[in-house]
Design a protein around this ligand. Sequence first.
Ligand SMILES: [Zn+2]
Length: 293
Amino acid sequence: MNSSTFKHPLRVFYSDDYAVDEKLETVSKSKLLAKMITDGKAPGVELVAPKLAMEEELLLIHSPAYVKSVLNGKLKYLAAGFWSKELLKSILATTGGMRDATIEALRNGRSGSFSSGLHHANTNNGKGLCTFNGLALAALVALEKVGEVGILDLDAHCGGGTADILKKNKRVRLADVSVCSYDAWKPLAKSRHFLEIVDQPRDYLATVRKAFKTLEGVEFLIYNAGMDTHEKAGGSAGITLDIIQEREALVVEWARERNVPIIFALAGGYMWSGLTLKEVAELHLETVRAFNS
Ligand SMILES: [Zn+2]
């Protein structure tokens, strides 16, 4: 199967609200990626502006006290100097982008949002550069239309926030392959939950394949496509571009073979190990290209 399988172009959610010019890659890299799309580096892909997330949506996934504190400008987990109105707008836009990507994929089979900073946000707090859990919101939006939803989290770090919000939900399956134990969580049910932290790069793709077994039967897939697994983007020595490209192909192929609608979020990908922001964005372009193939 290829992109001709789909009647519509790949629509990805992004607006200028997503990007804030500062040193946090989670809110700055999307702008460079959007430029690569408008420059034709993934031909045919359309960028669409989402509606901002609304308070009542945030209350589906977070406690009222936490939502209120963020909307009032108190982000306890971020250094005070990082706070700005632009940052809040970015957070609301990138969270809304996950909702709109879900609606688009339910209609047309695939979509994505250039959103980062989602999976560590738990019911009562933000954590690890994540404020609102757009993955959890996407899952609840999809569950209005389908019976079971899967979240595949291949960011370098574990998705403890997502698990905190959703692991008791019997209609959600969580498959998490990480290369670092940060924000690890305890699976409740083997049939619905998979978490493995990979030590050896040679085991990485085999573990991703194993994780898919937990997702068998879902009718919608949310993919947290972290690039911080790459050896130069914050990840593990030996996880190279070849491995990342194979990973993206595997994810897309898995969903297409089963006719499962799928969306992606960018997730992690950093300059800590020497990449420029543009090089980080180029890694994320691999996900867009795989979805557009
Ligand atoms: Zn990460």
